[in-house]
Design a protein around this ligand. Structure first.
Ligand SMILES: [Zn+2]
Ligand SMILES: [Zn+2]
Length: 224
């Protein structure tokens, strides 16, 4: 057996009898218990919009602003909080382009997406990013069929990670609808991204899906 995908340490995994009996469902872990513990799960109580910690589960000021702007909200389910460990993970996966790391959260994110709905749309990356990174980091996190409803418009999207909050919020619409988006009219969809930061990217994508006639959008992100 190979070691932990993140630290190389011992996985120390032995399937239980029950797991052996249900062998078809067993997924050996790809990271060790210590690495898994470094990621902070979805908090409770949380904001029903962005999913971040919020007293009494109230809608936060940022999500209230999105609701005011669009007249509706995308309830986002994050698998994890965006803590130091997640930041380091995203850096290795996304910016250092270690595609093997998609395995760390793939099963979990795929299962969550399936719970939220059957029509899944992912936030696209630009052709420049595809050329340099070689993969769409969001698609890599999902082992399921997706509707390629969105594409990045001609101009470069720019690296969100290098922008401050004000610059991110001022980012013009970077996406456009594809022909495939027509099939989503009247449907409920799951919109998936890797990290929810200001919500700007998410609401750019969501506004196009609303435009095409999606009745409901549920958000799913690895971290918020
Ligand atoms: Zn580890
Ligand atoms: Zn919020």
């Amino acid at each position: 057996m190979t070691g932990c995908c993140l630290c190389g340490g011992n996985l120390a995994w032995r399937p239980t009898l029950l797991e052996l009996l249900r062998w078809g469902d067993v997924r050996p872990p790809v990271i060790c218990a210590a690495c898994q513990a470094s990621f902070a799960p979805w908090p409770a109580p949380h904001c029903p919009g962005c999913g971040r910690t919020s007293a009494q589960g109230q809608l936060c000021a940022e999500c209230r602003a999105w609701q005011d702007q669009f007249g509706r909200l995308v309830p986002v389910t994050p698998c994890y909080q965006y803590n130091q460990a997640m930041k380091a993970f995203m850096h290795r996966y996304k910016f250092q382009g270690d595609y093997q790391l998609r395995r760390v959260f793939q099963a979990e994110l795929t299962a969550r997406a399936g719970q939220l709905g059957s029509l899944v749309v992912t936030v696209p990356v630009s052709t420049e990013t595809m050329a340099t990174r070689g993969f769409n980091q969001v698609n890599g996190l999902l082992a399921l069929n997706r509707v390629a409803a969105l594409k990045v418009k001609g101009q470069r999207k720019g690296r969100q990670a290098e922008k401050d909050r004000a610059a991110r919020l001022a980012t013009p619409q970077p996406f456009a609808l594809t022909k495939a988006a027509q099939s989503l009219a009247g449907q409920s969809v799951v919109l998936v991204d890797d990290v929810y930061t200001t919500g700007r990217t998410f609401y750019h994508a969501a506004s196009l899906l609303w435009q095409v006639g999606c009745t409901e959008i549920r958000g799913l992100v690895l971290a918020s």
